[in-house]
Design a protein around this ligand. Structure first.
Ligand code: SAH
Length: 204
């Protein structure tokens, strides 16, 4: 998988290392294990999906861009099965990962427990509000996309911090958005179209 990622243009050595360290097959159902290292998104239950390795790598490269590893405190919205959270825990000092579906929060807890990741904190709740107790964050990364990036997220971003998230920015197209907080304010860059599951409010 890592060789494929490198061939597809993923070049950040820490991203490639971390993705090589986390076994993706641990996070998918037994019936899908033989597809675990393919560049494809896979169902994880409750209508949600684990992102393609290539998309995970792209987002992590954007998050780390120009910054030293390990990055400081990072917030992930959408724990899902916990795969990306496990990768993030190898690239950041501390990771807070929040999930709104109880079933997936419990599943991630179960799948992550044998990996013993002391710097990863799994939270159950509505990530639209961010997670204020851990703020400010050096990085915020979302695996679900809404109509725009919630203001709570940019409010919780440290100066010098970066947010990477999908968002629908008109014409029904979902795009990858990067927001940097500089000393003078927020700087927003819209990148390529992507397909993430919807960001929903409340818990379920
Ligand atoms: N990073 C995950 C991808 C999971 S898909 C992985 O590696 O498996 C995105 C997840 O975002 C889904 O589990 C969905 O339930 C969750 N989600 C959507 N809206 C949310 C919200 N407001 N707060 C927290 N999680 C949310």
């Amino acid at each position: 998988m890592v060789r494929k990622l490198a061939a597809q243009g993923v070049s950040h050595p820490d991203v490639l290392r971390a993705m090589g360290e986390v076994e993706r097959h641990r996070f998918v159902d037994t019936a899908l294990v033989n597809q675990a290292y393919e560049d494809t998104s896979l169902p994880i239950g409750l209508g949600q999906t684990i992102s393609k390795p290539n998309v995970v790598a792209r987002m992590l490269e954007l998050l780390l861009h120009g910054r030293s590893v390990p990055l400081g405190r990072v917030l992930e919205i959408g724990t899902g099965c916990g795969y990306q959270a496990a990768v993030l825990s190898r690239l950041c000092v501390e990771v807070y990962s929040i999930e709104r579906l109880r079933g997936l929060h419990d599943k991630a807890r179960l799948l992550l427990s044998p990996l013993r990741v002391p710097n990863l904190h799994l939270l159950f709740g509505d990530g639209m509000q961010g997670f204020a107790p851990g703020a400010p964050y050096a990085g915020i990364i979302a695996a679900a996309g809404g109509d725009d990036v919630p203001q709570a997220w940019t409010d919780q971003l440290a100066v010098g911090g970066r947010l990477v998230a999908p968002a629908h920015l008109g014409q029904g197209v979902q795009s990858l958005v990067v927001i940097d907080r500089t000393a003078t304010g927020l700087q927003r860059t819209v990148l390529e179209p992507v397909q993430f599951v919807p960001l929903k409010s409340g818990v379920g």
